[in-house]
Design a protein around this ligand. Structure first.
Ligand code: AMP
Length: 392
């Protein structure tokens, strides 16, 4: 069995793929087919021939995967010694605490979970259906975003709502970004030369979606995203935490439908709602130019992160490391600085020069009791690893 895994991340109108060596993490090729179902789509394939960019109409996810396979055939690398296909699946509910081999039962189980993730699971299922058709002889594995957080205790995952909601409708915290939190926490321990089982960490995944996780000995004990990826930190277009009564207020006062409220909180809130831009780089440029809306967005974003650090510090009791990852976490020194200022009494001391350097690694001072790290995430590699581990 080779270690080559084709990792597929199917979104509602896009299909991302990479061919990864599960042991080395090396991606021999990666690509993205976008705007599926629109009059003009786009395909980017990066492989041995460099970057190939093609505009084309992509009617369906099947067309998208066929376009990817064509690109592999024309531009390489060969898919001849592919071992398996690994799929990112967003919601595994309470049922999946581990990756699982894909068969008809699994497809049925993930379909049952669609009400919990109406935007994501149908797209993931479409990716699975298409890949099973095009690779009928290869084992395929589902790796769930929620699985890593299935270790939360009832006190951490239970919402204070009536029993029937919880029992009959699966209403509880599940948490997401689990693949990233698992990868980054293990990498952080490896980087420090320490045993993951003996470390307490707070991991901050700050990308377009953002989440925090409290991790004790490699095990998730709390996380900021909830039943859906809307809860918690301020994100690119999602509000994160807010008073749940705001929903009813919008319905009553503005006459909005439930769908309108849902769309506004998922797609028009967060940094976009605060400052009209969800790209953090644009926000930073505007902030440096003195734009007050961009400054407020930055302040709200960092204040929320700081609150979660405090909360998870209390949950864990002691903290060995705080780890920043994903686009903003990895690249924005001002976010790290603003989120950690004033926390010296918690043993957190950022080293400004290290924090401003662009290389990943330690950004705290040598005598900071809590080590602050910048660790790039690699969800594709983690999916490839979990896929081959399950198959072996
Ligand atoms: P991700 O979802 O991990 O790809 O992260 C996307 C977010 O990271 C976007 O808001 C980007 O603007 C932000 N980002 C990427 N590179 C940088 C950078 N150099 N400085 C600040 N933010 C960045």
């Amino acid at each position: 069995m080779s270690d080559n895994v084709l990792v597929i991340n199917a979104g509602s109108s896009s299909l991302k793929y990479s061919l990864i060596d599960a042991v080395s993490g090396e991606a021999a090729a990666a690509g993205l087919v976008e705007r599926i179902g629109e009059p003009e789509g786009h395909h980017l394939h990066r492989g041995p021939d460099g970057e190939i960019s093609i505009s084309l109409k992509v009617a369906s996810h099947e067309d998208a995967l066929r376009a990817a396979l064509d690109a592999f055939e024309q531009h390489g690398p060969s898919l001849d010694d592919l071992t398996a296909v690994g799929h990112r699946v967003v919601h595994g509910g309470s049922r999946f605490g581990d990756p699982a081999l894909i068969d008809d039962d699994l497809v049925a189980a993930v379909t049952e979970l669609v009400p919990l993730a109406p935007l994501h699971n149908p797209a993931n299922l479409e990716g699975i259906r298409v890949a099973r058709r095009l690779f009928p002889d290869l084992p395929q594995v589902a790796v769930f975003d929620t699985a890593f957080h299935q270790t939360l205790e009832p006190a951490a995952y239970t919402y204070a709502v009536p029993l029937a909601w919880r029992d009959d409708h699966g209403i509880r915290r599940y948490g997401f970004h689990g693949t990233s939190h698992a990868f980054v926490s293990a990498e952080a321990a490896r980087f420090l030369g320490r045993d993951l089982a003996e470390m307490n960490m707070i991991v901050l995944h700050l990308g377009n979606g953002c989440s925090a996780a409290a991790i004790r000995g490699g095990v998730s004990v709390d996380t900021s995203m909830g039943m859906t990826p809307l809860e918690g930190l301020v994100m690119g277009t999602r509000s994160g935490d807010l008073d749940p009564a705001i929903h009813a207020h919008l319905v009553r006062e503005l006459g909005w439908t439930v769908e309108e409220v849902d769309r506004a909180l998922n797609s028009a809130s967060g940094l976009k709602g605060l400052a009209g831009a969800n790209d953090f780089r644009e926000l930073s440029t505007r902030m440096e130019a003195g734009d007050p809306a961009a400054q407020l967005a930055f302040d709200v974003y960092c204040h929320r992160i700081k609150k979660y650090i405090g909360a998870y510090y209390a949950v864990l009791g002691t903290v060995d490391a705080i780890v920043f990852t994903a686009g903003v976490g990895q690249h924005s020194a001002p976010v790290r600085a603003a989120s950690l200022t004033g926390l010296d009494r918690l043993g957190i001391q950022l080293d400004p020069a290290r924090n401003n350097a662009t290389t990943p690694g330690t950004v705290s001072t040598d005598d900071s009791a809590v080590t602050v790290l910048v660790i790039p995430t690699n969800e594709e590699w983690q999916i490839a690893r979990e896929t081959t581990t399950l198959l072996r």
